[in-house]
Design a protein around this ligand. Structure first.
Ligand SMILES: [Zn+2]
Length: 154
C-alpha cells in the first residue's frame, strides 16, 4: 500500500498548492487592478511601461490559472481513483515522479515525446503501449513559476 499512502500524501500537497495558488491569483489580480489604476499620467513612455507590466501580470495569472486547472484535474482524478495513470501509455506514473510533479498526467518517457512533438499525445491517446522503464525524476525540464519570476528582474 506504499503507493496508496503516497497518493494520500499527494492529495494533501495538491490541495495545499491549490490554496496557495488561489491566494496568489487573488494578489495578482489586485496588482493588475493597481497597474490599471496608476496609469493615466499622459506620458506615452509611462503608458507603454504600464501596459507591459499589465501584460506580464496577466501572463503570470494565466500561467497560475493553468496550473490551478491542472491541480483541480489531479484532485478530481484522485477522487475517481484514476490518478497517476499516464495519458500516453496508460501505465502507472512512478510515485517518485508524482512527488516532483503532483499534477503530471504523463510519465517521463511520454512527457519527452510530447516535448519533441506536440501532436504525439493526440496520436497516442487511448493506445496501449508496453511499459518502459522510467528515467530518473528530476530530469524534467519544466517551466516553473520561479523561472518566470527570475526573468522578471532582468
Ligand atoms: Zn507514458
Amino acid at each position: 500500500m506504499a503507493r496508496h499512502d503516497a497518493l494520500l500524501r499527494l492529495h494533501k500537497t495538491l490541495t495545499t498548492r491549490r490554496d496557495e495558488l488561489l491566494k496568489r491569483l487573488g494578489t495578482d489580480l489586485e496588482d493588475l487592478a493597481h497597474v490599471k489604476h496608476s496609469s493615466g499620467s499622459g506620458d506615452p513612455a509611462d503608458a507603454a511601461f504600464d501596459s507591459a507590466g499589465e501584460e506580464l501580470s496577466s501572463q503570470l495569472a494565466e500561467l497560475e490559472s493553468r496550473e490551478l486547472a491542472q491541480i483541480e484535474r489531479a484532485i478530481n482524478q484522485l477522487k475517481k481513483g484514476v490518478y497517476g495513470q499516464c495519458e500516453g501509455c496508460q501505465m502507472k506514473i512512478p510515485v517518485a515522479r508524482l512527488n516532483v510533479l503532483p499534477y503530471s498526467t504523463l510519465c517521463i518517457k511520454c512527457q519527452r515525446e510530447v516535448e519533441q512533438d506536440s501532436n504525439w499525445l493526440a496520436e497516442r491517446r487511448g493506445a496501449n503501449w508496453e511499459s518502459l522503464t522510467d528515467g530518473t525524476p528530476g530530469e524534467d525540464r519544466e517551466v516553473r513559476l520561479s523561472d518566470l519570476e527570475m526573468d522578471y528582474s532582468k
